[in-house]
Design a binder for this molecule. Structure first.
Ligand SMILES: [Zn+2]
Length: 290
């Protein structure tokens, strides 16, 4: 990934480089109601921390602000569906208060849980039941605070019966000789040995179907497969710390031409949110509401 901070392991902690339509909405909403006894809970995580962290910045445009802008529009789009409960991990005021309170009061519990999950995974590796995979590319490093919040989010997800999680990012680095050269979107999913790999891949396929209509695939070699399995990203549940589908999207490189003026950037972000909402609706309708 290029350059973000979705993150990675405790020690080496690297992270990711990662980076609608009203009619359909109404018809799907109607379809959900009879069969749903509880709301589907989706957590949208605008990548990076509210005021800090490994967020990319280009010409004063901060990636973490773009992530938030897109996430808030996505929440608004999805909230039109009464069968969905849409939760943001952070908003303009900072962290989601429930999540923040949980992380701030349970940091030791969270990190002990991570250590335990890591031990269990490496026991499987030692027993020959699981293989370690070297990622195709280096992720950016996450700060200790970002790591705590990412793992804390994974544990909070399980304790709050979240059904689906989406991490929103824009890509940036690498640049060659300081010059931006890449373009396009990609997404990260859990590596195939993790328990949420199949469901996440299915979710990613729905996202790919819609995002491919508004943006070209990444031109970076390591991202050429568009949907990239990763064993080390916290966001997608490294050490098997997530049981639900999780996808981390890099919608575009922040230095692409359409991102440089506020007018075209806002249009792209609106389209990205709308396409994502359609994909989420389709995924839930076809896969979770069967
Ligand atoms: Zn990012």
């Amino acid at each position: 990934m290029s350059k973000h901070t979705l993150s990675k392991t405790l020690i080496s902690i690297s992270i990711i480089a990662l980076s609608f339509s009203a009619f359909i909405f109404i018809s799907q909403t109607t379809k959900f109601l009879p069969s749903t006894s509880h709301k589907i809970k989706i957590l949208i995580v605008p990548g990076h921390e509210p005021n800090a962290g490994g967020a990319d910045e280009f010409k004063k445009i901060k990636e973490r602000d773009l992530n938030l802008q897109l996430s808030e529009i996505l929440k608004k789009d999805l909230s039109a569906n009464p069968s969905l409960e849409v939760i943001l991990a952070r908003d303009k005021n900072g962290w989601n208060k429930d999540l923040e309170n949980y992380v701030e009061t349970s940091s030791t519990t969270i990190m002990n849980w991570v250590a335990d999950m890591k031990d269990k995974m490496f026991a499987k590796v030692d027993a020959g039941e699981m293989k370690l995979i070297n990622p195709g590319m280096k992720h950016n490093e996450a700060t200790s605070s970002a790591v705590l919040y990412l793992y804390g989010t994974n544990k909070w997800i399980a304790e709050n019966n979240i059904d689906l999680v989406l991490h929103v990012h824009f890509n940036s680095n690498p640049k060659i000789n300081g010059k931006p050269i890449f373009s396009g979107y990609c997404m990260y999913v859990p590596e195939k040995q993790y328990s949420n790999s199949t469901s996440s891949k299915i979710f990613a396929n729905y996202l790919n179907e819609e995002i491919s209509k508004i943006e070209k695939p990444s031109t970076m070699l390591q991202e050429k497969n568009i949907i990239i399995p990763d064993q080390e990203l916290i966001a997608t549940g490294n050490y098997d710390t997530l049981k639900i589908p999780s996808v981390a999207i890099e919608y575009a490189y922040i230095y692409e031409p359409m991102m440089l003026s506020s007018t075209t950037r806002n249009i792209f972000i609106e389209k990205s949110a709308s396409s994502t909402a359609t994909a989420v609706e389709n995924y839930i309708s076809n896969e979770l509401e069967k």
